[in-house]
Design a binder for this molecule. Structure first.
Ligand SMILES: [Zn+2]
Length: 226
């Protein structure tokens, strides 16, 4: 075999190898586009949102069409938010200032019925507003703790299954969803999710009713001196 023939064979081999790698890369991207190009889940929703029926999210296996007059099979910011909440398979930690929305309350109660572990932290003053769902949620047996500090517990975030963060300006109220200009960020980026998990745990522990009534060491010492 001459040198020229050898160079040709090596060249053709190199071209074939390059094309094979590119083709495999293209095929991989087509089969698993999200894993390759998008990384952890990241979504942003804005409100107000158009009103649409949410029944299918609660009863996905129902063979009957919903008879209500609202638009159906419409993907809105709210149906996507609701979908993320209802996607919980093990836990939901919710930290929310105002909670009056009936669909979101129904979602929380549905998760509770499915055996999902739920913890809700809210602002004491806002449990008393008209339409607050906190009472109904408590009566269902869901664990709720109220922050009664001098300033409002003004957070609006949820952590689903310890890995999906939902956060933004949106209170869980009808006004916020249908009238206000609001935003929601949904992410599974660990660097963003973990601080919220830590903050939830801190607030949850601080607002433990049992802990709140335990006398401090200083109080115990003072009572002994007296
Ligand atoms: Zn409907």
């Amino acid at each position: 075999m001459s040198v020229v023939q050898m160079v040709k064979i090596v060249g053709l081999g190199a071209v074939a190898l390059t094309l094979s790698v590119e083709w495999l890369g293209w095929l991989f991207c087509r089969l698993w586009p999200r894993k390759i190009s998008r990384g952890p889940l990241k979504e942003v929703f804005f409100f107000p949102t158009e009103v649409a029926c949410t029944e299918r999210l609660f009863t996905p296996d129902s063979p009957f069409p919903c008879p209500c007059p609202l638009p159906h099979n419409v993907n809105t910011s709210f149906t996507r938010l609701l979908g993320h909440i209802l996607s919980a398979s093990s836990s939901l930690d919710l930290c929310v200032f105002a909670f009056t929305n009936l669909d979101l309350s129904r979602a929380v109660l549905a998760l509770h019925t499915r055996g999902i572990s739920i913890r809700i932290l809210t602002d004491m003053d806002y449990t008393l507003i008209t339409g607050s769902q906190i009472g109904a949620i408590r009566r269902a047996g869901i664990c709720v703790r109220c922050d009664s500090g001098a300033v409002h517990m003004h957070h609006k975030f949820a952590v689903v299954d310890g890995r999906r963060l939902i956060t933004g300006s949106l209170n869980w109220t009808l006004t916020a969803i249908q009238s206000n200009k609001e935003n929601i960020l949904v992410t599974e980026e660990p660097d963003l999710v973990l601080p919220f998990i830590t903050e939830f745990k801190r607030l949850w522990d601080v607002n433990d009713p049992a802990r709140r009534h335990l006398p401090s060491i200083a109080e115990k010492t003072a009572s002994l001196v007296l």
